[in-house]
Design a protein around this ligand. Structure first.
Ligand code: NAD
Length: 498
């Protein structure tokens, strides 16, 4: 019988009583790894109620203690790094190096979260009026929830709950139903690190379970990462229910190539950043804009991309893995067909690719389109596969205008040897994360992950100082302490004399 994934509710590992279970499959073989439940309404209710109760004591645990637990946690994550990467590779199909990267980028957030005491410092101004001081306290919100996508099952849950709990909140995590084993192992290690078990609850499910979170009066804040339509729904519904929401959504990331860039660097980086992780990264490069004479590099880009072949995660020669599901593969293939139908030139066609020994995998070879225009679906929709659209521009200004007219604003990069071009680009581009000669500029956790426009809904971003602001309230105190020689019959004074 297929193993059933448990949930962590009210300090216990429980097998759901739901009648609704979904197979989690190995995307290279379609074999079922386990089954994941769609939690019942009562199970969701119990998890949220337990997190609410846990908050009453957890919020008063000294910040230094919370930080020490997080130090233990990041240490345990490092000890179990390869084990986590194996679990992750098996359920996502990512090659082992990429799976390790997914885990490592999450560990970096846990390391950062361990610095919480200095990030929880308020501000003080002495003598705002005669003998009156004003100072601020940073306090947690209560129960926070996280809803995460399939494509980074270690890193993205770790963007959320470590930061939320060190701030003093409790957390309900609803990971992607497509790869729940990695977040479950993250949670086990979290309890092993010494955190009370009811501080983090893990529930499983899809749309209905998320909607219960969105409407629940005891959830104060929601962090979401996933696709654009779901992100919009979560932001609108969550804020309509008067919750704090940060929703990270889809992307269309352009790499601009100037003719003065280092050609070999460009070609390697374009191929790697468009095909890596089968293009299933929100920061993958999906559009290359070749400026001026860089247009002549197209054939070499095609040559490099055709070397990037997918394979099974244990095969060290595989550059990337399968797509997550047959549905995801069918969607990418239909977008490729739309590109052909709309007149783009399909220079590399990754459809119908076979990987020896894995006839049932969701494989797709690298695909390359040239002659792409802004009206085409392949340009306007997030493809989320190893597909690169190549466009051209005569000037940097033209390339900037193209990007600024695209609705997404997650990441972009410029390859050039000109400091002036780089400065102009970083200043004028309306995208939240910019790489200069760096293809995938994901900021380290002491900064924040700062997508813009249609790639992000909300105010405060993930990790870094912004996450602390997102997961806390500021309380401002104005205080006067009378000195003992003030006469008892001094006149009452309701106002501060400034
Ligand atoms: P998805 O939107 O299908 O699912 C994300 C989460 O939402 C899952 O937990 C899922 O169970 C839940 N969900 C799905 N449909 C829902 C619905 N109708 N109502 C409520 N909840 C629902 O996304 P995915 O396919 O798992 O992940 C890929 C997407 O995530 C891509 O669009 C990618 O760009 C995006 N992503 C964005 C970032 C970022 O930082 N901007 C990072 C990673 C992934």
């Amino acid at each position: 019988m297929t193993r059933k994934v448990s949930m962590f509710i009210d300090g216990q590992s429980v097998i759901s009583e739901s009648a609704d279970w979904m197979d989690v499959t190995d995307p290279a073989t379609q074999e079922a790894i386990c089954q994941v439940p769609m939690a019942t309404e009562a199970e969701m209710e119990k998890a949220i109620a337990s997190a609410k109760k846990a908050f009453e004591t957890w919020k008063d645990v000294p910040v230094t203690k919370r930080a020490r637990m997080m130090l233990n946690y990041q240490h345990l994550l490092k000890e179990h790094h390869d084990e986590l990467a194996e679990i992750l590779a098996e359920e996502t199909g990512k090659n082992f190096e990429d799976a390790k990267g997914d885990v490592w980028r999450g560990i970096e957030v846990a390391e950062h979260a361990a610095n919480i005491p200095s990030m929880m410092m308020g501000e003080t101004v002495e003598n705002v009026a005669s003998q009156v001081d004003t100072y601020s306290l940073i306090q947690p919100l209560g129960v926070c929830a996280g809803i995460t996508p399939f494509n980074f099952p270690a890193m993205i849950p770790l963007w959320m709950f470590p930061m939320a709990v060190v701030c003093g909140n409790t957390f309900v995590l609803k990971p992607s139903e497509q790869d729940p084993n990695t977040p479950m192992r993250l949670a086990e290690l979290f309890y092993e690190a010494g955190f009370p078990r009811d501080v983090l609850q893990v529930v499983h499910g899809g749309k209905d379970q998320v909607n219960q979170i969105l409407h629940h009066e005891d959830i104060q804040a929601i962090s979401f990462v996933g696709s654009v339509p779901v992100g919009e729904h979560i932001y609108k519904t969550g804020t309509d229910n008067l919750k704090r929401v940060q929703a990270f959504a889809g992307a269309k990331n352009h790499m601009v190539v100037m003719p003065d860039a280092n050609k070999n660097q460009v070609i390697n980086n374009i191929a790697g950043s468009s095909c890596g992780a089968a293009g299933q990264r929100c920061m993958a490069i999906s559009v290359a804009v070749l400026v001026g004479e860089a247009k002549d590099w197209l054939e070499e880009i095609k040559g490099k991309m055709s070397e990037m072949q997918p394979g099974y995660w244990k095969d060290p020669k595989s550059f990337y893995g399968p797509l997550i599901s047959p549905q995801a593969k069918a969607k990418v293939e239909s977008l490729i067909q739309s590109g052909v139908d709309e007149g783009a030139d399909l220079m590399l066609d990754g459809r119908n690719l076979k990987v020896e020994g894995y006839p049932d995998g969701n494989w797709l070879g690298p695909s390359l389109f040239s002659n792409v225009t802004t009206e085409m679906r392949i340009y306007n929709e997030e493809i989320f596969g190893p597909v690169l659209c190549v466009m051209t521009a005569d000037t940097l200004e033209e390339a900037i205008e193209l990007i600024n007219n695209n609705p997404y604003g997650n990441g972009t990069s410029l390859f050039t040897s000109s400091g002036a071009a780089a400065r102009k680009f970083q200043h004028e581009i309306k995208v939240g994360q910019v790489g200069i000669n760096i293809p995938i500029p994901v900021p380290l956790p002491f900064f924040s992950f700062t997508g813009w426009r249609k790639s992000f809904y909300g105010d405060q971003h993930a990790y870094g100082k912004q996450a602390v602001r997102f997961y806390t309230e500021t309380k401002t105190i104005t205080a006067r302490w009378f000195e003992s020689d003030i006469p008892d019959d001094a006149a009452p004074n309701a106002t501060i004399n400034l």
